[in-house]
Design a protein around this ligand. Structure first.
Ligand code: UD1
Length: 388
C-alpha cells in the first residue's frame, strides 16, 4: 500500500464491518449489501476495501460509477499477477488494514482470489468472516474459483446462500447449520435495481460499431463472453471454440465484449480472421451496457458464472460453455443449458434455441431483489458486531 493508502487507513472508522471487493463480479454483489447496511438497525461502522485485483476504467471505474458504489475507503492496488503472487500480495496489504482498523468482522463475496485472500487474513487474526454466495460447488477442483469457494467457506462462520442446494454442500463439509442463511441472490438485487436504467443494446452496438461495418444487428444477435482459463488459456481449446463461434455466426450475428485475459489469447490464435463472419468484437463493457446487451439478445453463450444467473432472471436462453456449473438452479429452474466446448452440442443447442425459443424457465426462490436487506437484517443481530 502506498503512503496515500497508509494515511487513509488512519481515517477509517475503527471496529465494525470491513466489506471487501476485488474483481468485476464482486461489485454488483456488494452494492445492494452496502445500500441495505446504510439503513441497518441498529447501525454499525462499515467500511469498503477494494483489493485492486481488477482496475482501470473498464474493469473497475465504470462499475463503481454505474452501481452507485461509494469510493473505497482503501484501495490496495494489487493489480494482476500469478495466483500465488496476487493472493500473497492481497494478504500482505489487507493485513495492514486489519491491524489498523481492528474490524469486528469481514464480509467477502463470491469466489475470486480476493475473497479467499482476505478471508485467510481475517480468520488468522481472529476476526469473524462472513461469506456471501456460500456453498456453491462445481465439484471441479481444476477451477481456481472452486478452491477459493471451499476454503472461504471453511474460514467463515456466517454463510449466506443463494440457492437451496448450497446448504447441503456446507453441511457435508462440516459447517455449523446455525450460521447458514438462505437469503437469495444479491447479484439479482442489482439486476432488478438497475434493469430500468440499463443502456439499450442498440445504443451500445451503435457506439462500438466499427466504421467499416455495414449495419447494426437489430434483427437479433447472440451475446458471447469467454474468460475461463480452461477455455482461453489453451490455444487448441480456444481455436476450436472460436471456430465453433464462427459457425454460430452463420446463423445469427455475434456480439462479443472481450475480457482482458481473453484479448491476448485471441490475438495469439490470430482471431478474428478477416471479416468473413458477422462478429462484433467490443472492449469490456460497463454493467448497464451488459444488462442491456443480455436483455436485448436472442441467446447468450458464456462461461461466466454470474451471467448464468442473470440470464435466468431475465428469461434469456443461456448456453454455458463449460462441463459443469456451481449454479445448478439455473439448469433445473432457469434458462441455462450446459454444452461444454463440444462443437456439435453447441450448434445443436443454438439451433434448438433459435427454432423453439429455448427451454422455459422460472426465477428461483428469493431472487426477488431483497437479498441485501435480508443480509443486513442478519448482520444487525450478529454477535461480533457492536452497534455504534
Ligand atoms: C477473475 C476471477 C474470476 C472471475 C473474473 C471476472 C479469480 C481466480 N478469478 O478472473 O473468477 O470470473 O475475474 O472477470 O479471482 N486484467 C486486466 N485488467 C484488469 C484485470 C485483469 O487487464 O482489471 C488482465 C491481466 O492480464 C490479468 C488477467 O486479466 O493477468 C486475468 O486477471 P485476474 O484477475 O487474474 O483473473 P480473471 O481472469 O479476470
Amino acid at each position: 500500500m502506498g503512503a496515500n493508502g497508509s494515511a487513509r487507513l488512519e481515517r477509517l472508522p475503527a471496529g465494525g464491518l470491513v466489506c471487501v471487493v476485488g474483481a468485476r463480479p464482486n461489485f454488483m454483489k456488494v452494492a445492494p449489501i452496502l445500500r441495505a447496511l446504510a439503513v441497518a438497525d441498529p447501525p454499525f461502522p462499515v467500511s469498503l476495501v477494494h483489493t485492486g485485483q481488477h482496475y482501470g476504467p473498464d474493469m473497475q471505474e465504470a462499475f463503481f460509477h454505474q452501481l452507485g458504489l461509494p469510493q473505497p475507503d482503501i484501495d490496495l492496488e494489487v493489480g494482476s499477477a500469478s495466483h500465488a503472487a496476487q493472493t500473497g500480495e492481497i494478504m500482505t496489504r489487507f493485513e495492514e488494514v486489519v491491524d489498523a482498523v481492528a474490524p469486528e468482522a469481514v464480509l467477502v463475496v463470491g469466489d475470486v482470489n480476493s475473497t479467499l485472500a482476505c478471508s485467510l487474513v481475517a480468520a488468522k487474526k481472529g476476526v469473524a468472516v462472513t461469506h456471501v454466495e456460500a456453498g456453491l460447488r462445481s465439484g471441479d477442483r481444476a477451477m481456481p474459483e472452486e478452491i477459493n469457494r471451499v476454503l472461504t467457506d471453511q474460514l467463515a462462520t456466517l454463510h449466506f446462500t443463494t440457492e437451496t442446494g448450497a446448504r447441503d454442500h456446507l453441511l457435508r463439509e462440516g459447517i455449523d447449520p446455525d450460521g447458514i442463511h438462505f437469503v437469495g441472490n444479491v447479484m439479482i438485487d442489482s439486476l432488478l435495481h438497475h434493469r430500468d436504467t440499463a443502456v439499450a443494446a442498440g445504443e451500445t452496438l451503435e457506439r462500438y460499431l466499427p466504421p467499416e461495418a455495414t449495419e447494426i444487428p437489430t434483427e437479433g444477435f447472440a451475446l458471447v463472453t469467454l474468460h475461463r482459463p480452461s477455455n482461453v488459456d489453451d490455444p487448441e481449446v480456444l481455436r476450436e471454440l472460436v471456430e465453433t463461434l464462427e459457425q454460430v455466426s452463420e446463423r445469427l450475428p455475434l456480439v462479443f465484449p472481450v475480457h482482458p485475459r481473453t484479448r491476448g489469447a485471441l490475438e495469439a490464435v490470430g482471431w478474428p480472421r478477416g471479416r468473413r463472419h458477422p462478429v462484433m468484437v467490443l472492449p469490456p463493457v460497463g454493467y448497464l451496457e451488459m444488462l442491456g446487451l443480455m436483455a436485448g439478445s436472442r441467446l447468450v453463450l458464456t462461461d461466466s458464472g454470474g451471467m448464468q444467473e442473470e440470464t435466468t432472471a431475465l428469461g434469456i436462453p443461456c448456453i454455458t460453455l463449460r462441463e459443469n456449473t456451481e449454479r445448478p438452479v439455473t439448469l433445473e429452474q432457469g434458462t441455462n443449458t450446459l454444452t461444454g466446448t463440444d462443437r456439435r452440442r453447441i450448434l445443436e443447442t443454438v439451433d434448438d434455441v433459435l427454432a423453439t425459443g429455448g427451454k422455459g424457465g422460472r426465477v428461483p426462490e428469493l431472487w426477488d431483489g431483497r437479498a441485501g436487506e435480508r443480509i443486513a437484517d442478519v448482520l444487525a443481530d450478529w454477535a461480533p458486531l457492536t452497534p455504534w
